[in-house]
Structures are given as structure tokens and as C-alpha cells.
Design a protein around this ligand. Structure first.
Ligand code: AMP
Ligand code: GLY
Length: 429
């Protein structure tokens, strides 16, 4: 593997900031360019403007900076086939091509893949016509979950307690196009109960390795209340994924998935995010697949991975994953996301943010929706704005370290959950 590589990181959220930091830490990396990046990334690396979904524009940028590795952070460029364009031109790319990205960009495609390969998942049916979808509700037990099949930034999922709610969700998606083209097709799914966990599976050349299991907090409100968001905090390792659960995941989910990819002729080179629901008997089912790192899960997983993640990503990009024995740091990591007031609804942008100068050992502030104005003042520029990450000797220690810094961030709109990790810290509550 070449030393002093140039890495191009595509994207500009908290996940990409974590990827950028991980590249800066790696002995193998000489230079990192981020595109488009954000206000925090711009303080640490070169940032270039780019339309990340425009394959030709990204290709031109990769050529201009002489990228030895391109890491594609978000799903939209993957769904747009940017990885294919780069790979065809000879670049090493971490991220699957357009066809494999359909595992995320079409929930209907994903569910068919799971069914065809015998992977356990919630019972489901997909529809494009209102009348057929509504008629199908006669056969459902409630609650049901109504989902826009296409990409909807984690927001196109509605849990419907009764028939009336389900009918209106169906109409909102198929008729009123509340989620635009993403809701042209919908999936209606059995409601699963249990604990969720996120598993990041690095895949290259028919082999895979798993990072530690993690747990996201999707709802905006404490105690898992209110609407779904992109993720308000996460921690790892998640104890709900015991060795016994992990053995079932490998046997019933990952083995048939790898075989399914092979049969479909999909040369997957990237990370497959397996969203799991684990019931009270420890039986895992797939809630969803994503074709990129979870955000904010990535921000806690990379600092815990003692094996250089850049090396793993190069191996995946080359389609020959050779490092299969991963080492992880002792302890645990947590991220608390700071969002704008009003998120995931409408919220203000352009609010000034003051960050603490000196950070304690093991703590980082990752930027998601920020920008720098002409005077160098940091401003809010999105819904999820910052994330405070901490690595500690255990989850309690990580939480204490993270929240101590959260409290020092000065910003009028600062909105966050105080209870990240509570389920593991206080299992009975
Ligand atoms: P998805 O984007 O499909 O993962 O859905 C987003 C979130 O909605 C998940 O993380 C779950 O919290 C919830 N969800 C999705 N599908 C189901 C289901 N079948 N049963 C229960 N909750 C679900
Ligand atoms: N944290 C959930 C996601 O990235 O989809």
C-alpha cells in the first residue's frame, strides 16, 4: 500500500468530518481534500466546492487533486452512480456502484433482495397505487409502517397505529407526494418490536469484516419521543448485540447477503450498514440496508477501531479485503448531536456558535451543518449542526466527557438529548 496517499472525501456532514479526521490520523495518508466539506472541515483540510452527485464534476476533481483513494460519504452520490464513473476511470473508490446502491435507494428492491436470499425481515408488500395499498390494509394487524421506497433522509417512514393513520400516510406519499419522487412507490411493513442496533460491515471481494455494533437515537425527543431525525446521538459498542446475537447475524443475515451479492453479480466495495431489530428473545431481523456509514454511528466507530480504517477502506476499494482480524480500543465511545431549534421541522440558520478552545483528551467536536463567514465566525448552516464525540474507559466515562463539552458550546439554538446511551447505562429505565 502506498504511503503518503492523497484521499478525497466526498460529503460535508458529521460522518465526513469523522472520516476526514480518521484520514489525518492515518500514517498512510499524506493529504486530504474534502468536497464540499463544511466549516469545521475547512479548518483542518482543503475543501473544494463540488456537486457531489455529478459524476463528471467529481471525476474532474479527483483528477485535479490526484486522489489515490476516494471515500464517498453520503448515499445520494452512490445512488447517482458516482462510484461507477470514478472506478471506470481507474480510481480506487470506497463506496458501491449504482446498482448495489439500490439496496438503500429503493426499499422495494432491498425487500425483494432480502426475500430472495432468505434474510429475516418484517413482512411487507410494495405498491404504486392508492387503491391497492388501502385494500391491503384489510390484511394487516396494526400498527403498520408505511415507507417511501426512495431516499428520504431518514424521514420517509411513518408508524401508523390504526387504519385511518395508515390510509392518510398512503395518500400523503402516493397522491400528495409529500416525499416527492421518493414516494412514487411505497412499502407497507409489519411493525417490529425490540431494540435497534446498527452494524457496519466492510465488504471487498467477497469477504467482509464488521465494526463494533452501535446504537443510534433516531427520535428528536428524550425517551425516544417525537418525530424521527437523521440521528441525535449514538454509542458503541452496543451491548444488545451479544456474541450470541452476532453469531445469528453472521449466519442468517450476513452469509446469505454476501451470497446474494455474488449471485446478483454485485462487486460490492464499501460499507453495508445493516439496520437490525433484535427482539426480546435475541432474534435479529433486518430493518433496512444502507450503502454507506451511519451518521452519527460512524463518528463513534472510527475512533474505536485500532486497526487503521484507511487501510480497510483501501482494501475494500481494491476488492481484496485482506485484514480480517480487527483490533478495537478498550472502552466505549459516544456522540451527542447538537441540532438547530425546530429540527427536524423548520429551523433557523446563520446563528453564531462559540466553541470551547481546549478539549479534554479523547473528546472531539465534529461539524455537520456549519460554515465560516468572511470574518471566520462559525455559523449554523443546517439541521444537525455539531456532534460532540468522546472516547472513555467505559460508556459512563464517555458520556460524562461528552456532556461536559456539550454544556460549553455557546449557541442560542442548541438543542440536544440528555439521554444518549441511557438504555445501556440504566437498562431498567
Ligand atoms: P428505516 O429508514 O427503514 O430504517 O426506518 C427508520 C426507522 O423507523 C427505523 O430505524 C425504526 O426506528 C423505524 N422502523 C422502520 N421500520 C420499522 C418496522 N418494520 N418496525 C418498527 N419500526 C420500524
Ligand atoms: N443513523 C442512521 C443513518 O445514518 O441512517
Amino acid at each position: 500500500m502506498d504511503e503518503g496517499m492523497t484521499v478525497l472525501v466526498l460529503g460535508g456532514g458529521g460522518r465526513e468530518h469523522a472520516l476526514l479526521k480518521c484520514c489525518l490520523r492515518s500514517e498512510r495518508v499524506g493529504r486530504v481534500v474534502a468536497a464540499p466539506g463544511n466549516g469545521g472541515m475547512a479548518r483542518e483540510a482543503e475543501c473544494r466546492p463540488v456537486d457531489a452527485e455529478d459524476g463528471d464534476a467529481v471525476l474532474a476533481l479527483a483528477r485535479a487533486c490526484g486522489a489515490d483513494l476516494v471515500i464517498i460519504g453520503p448515499e445520494a452520490p452512490l445512488a447517482a452512480g458516482v462510484a461507477d464513473v470514478l472506478r471506470k476511470a481507474g480510481f480506487r473508490v470506497f463506496g458501491p456502484g449504482r446498482e448495489a446502491a439500490r439496496l438503500e435507494s429503493s426499499k422495494a428492491f432491498c425487500k425483494a433482495f432480502l426475500r430472495d436470499n432468505g434474510v429475516p425481515t418484517a413482512a411487507w408488500a410494495n405498491f404504486t397505487e392508492v387503491a391497492e395499498a388501502v385494500a391491503w390494509l384489510d390484511r394487516c394487524a396494526f400498527p403498520v409502517v408505511v415507507k417511501a421506497s426512495g431516499l428520504a433522509a431518514g424521514k420517509g417512514v411513518i408508524i401508523c397505529e390504526d387504519r385511518e393513520a395508515a390510509e392518510s400516510a398512503i395518500r400523503e406519499m402516493l397522491e400528495e407526494r409529500r416525499f416527492g419522487e421518493s414516494g412514487r412507490e411505497i412499502v407497507i411493513e409489519e411493525f417490529l418490536t425490540g431494540q435497534e442496533a446498527s452494524l457496519m460491515v466492510l465488504i471487498g471481494g467477497g469477504d467482509y469484516v464488521c465494526l463494533q455494533p452501535s446504537q443510534d437515537h433516531k427520535r428528536i425527543g428524550e425517551g425516544d419521543t417525537g418525530p424521527n431525525t437523521g440521528g441525535m446521538g449514538a454509542y458503541a459498542p452496543a451491548a444488545v448485540v451479544t456474541e450470541a446475537v452476532m453469531a445469528k447475524v453472521r449466519e442468517r443475515i450476513l452469509a446469505p447477503t454476501m451470497e446474494g451479492l455474488r449471485k446478483a453479480g454485485l462487486d460490492y466495495r464499501g460499507v453495508l450498514f445493516v439496520g437490525l431489530m433484535i427482539d426480546d428473545k435475541g432474534e435479529p431481523k433486518v430493518l433496512e440496508f444502507n450503502v454507506r456509514f451511519g451518521d452519527p454511528e460512524c463518528q463513534v466507530l472510527l475512533p474505536l477501531c485500532e486497526t487503521d480504517p484507511v487501510q480497510l477502506m483501501v482494501e475494500c476499494a481494491e476488492g481484496r479485503l485482506a485484514t480480517t482480524n480487527l483490533r478495537f480500543h478498550e472502552g466505549a465511545a459516544m456522540i451527542v448531536v447538537l441540532a438547530a431549534k425546530g429540527y427536524p421541522g423548520s429551523y433557523a440558520k446563520g446563528e453564531p456558535i462559540g466553541l470551547p478552545g481546549q478539549l479534554p483528551e479523547g473528546v472531539d467536536i465534529l461539524h455537520a451543518g456549519t460554515r465560516l463567514d468572511e470574518a471566520g465566525q462559525l455559523l449554523s448552516a443546517g439541521g444537525r449542526v455539531l456532534g460532540v464525540t468522546a472516547v472513555g474507559s467505559d460508556l459512563r466515562d464517555a458520556a460524562d466527557k461528552a456532556y461536559a463539552v456539550v454544556d460549553k458550546v455557546e449557541w442560542v439554538g442548541k438543542t440536544f438529548r440528555r439521554d444518549i446511551g441511557q438504555r445501556q447505562l440504566h437498562p431498567t429505565s
